[in-house]
Design a protein around this ligand. Sequence first.
Ligand SMILES: [Zn+2]
Length: 347
Amino acid sequence: MARSGLLDFIAIRDDTDFQTVLDYYQLKPERPGDKQVKIHCPFHDDASPSCSINLEKGIFNCFGCSAEGNVLDFIRLKDGLGNKETFKAAQKALKIIGASAEEYRKGDDRDKKPKNASKSTKKAQPARNSSKPVKSPDDDATDTQDDAKTSTANPVIDISLTLDHDHEFLASRNVSPDLAAEFGIGYCRTGIMKNRIAIPIHNPSGQLVAYAGRYANDDMPSDQIKYKLPKGFEKSLELFNLHRAAAMGKSYVVVVEGYWSVFRLHAAGVPTVSLMGTSISDHQAALLAAAGFRHAILILDGDDAGREATPAALSVLVQAVYVKTVILPEGVKPDTMSDDIVHRFQR
Ligand SMILES: [Zn+2]
């Protein structure tokens, strides 16, 4: 007897084992057995494996063509379906894992949802949360039936500010005009970022999602805030500089609090991302793994906030990567720490 309920895409996504999908498409990981594997990307002409898949979290990310998303996105792209065709991708997923659509109708028997046999590598709860916001690069349309749709990603913006890469505040923070140009940061004379250093923030695919605005003077009027971020911007969904750090192709990454620490370490050739604060979300940790990093070195600022936040940040990071930490002396930040420490990460 056919039921009329809609398909529960989230349940299908969570029950679709990525390894089973890879087997189905006869895609062989470079080193089978790991929970983080790499394959020759099926979505572009890929000479060396550049598509990274976290089998446990059920997410993938290609550094060659920027394809990314969850296991349903993978199926959707593999079958050449459009970004509104999650329904077809979900149906295909059911076929691959050998489940029937009737088991995944919404609206009744929710607590009796059958467990699928192929689900032995069931994802842990935090991983499920963190895989949610990942979306494929072209996924800007609304699927009318798509609960698995990843509505919690920051929208891509199309704004180009006129910025001065050569400004005294940048010089005072040891950011050369060349480095400022590389990051696209600079002093803004007009608009909502007036009198601020505008810092573009990108998603893991390198698409612009926000500008942070640092007041361009440490002597700041009391009615100003030090950093301005757009309303609604979710910084827990992004890691500042992730796309550049990932492109360096290293297996390790340094994780810091602030933008200026990133500028300094990046200029020294060290892959570095910023939390834009002291806390790290499950999603941010998952982004590191999805970007191909296996090791993280956490260096929060040498102040009370940094020291207090370190244990919690470590406990989130260890779920995704091997992690070490460096405790800085009081008053020292990664942008002011000694060159000796920086040299340790230049490998
Ligand atoms: Zn690719």
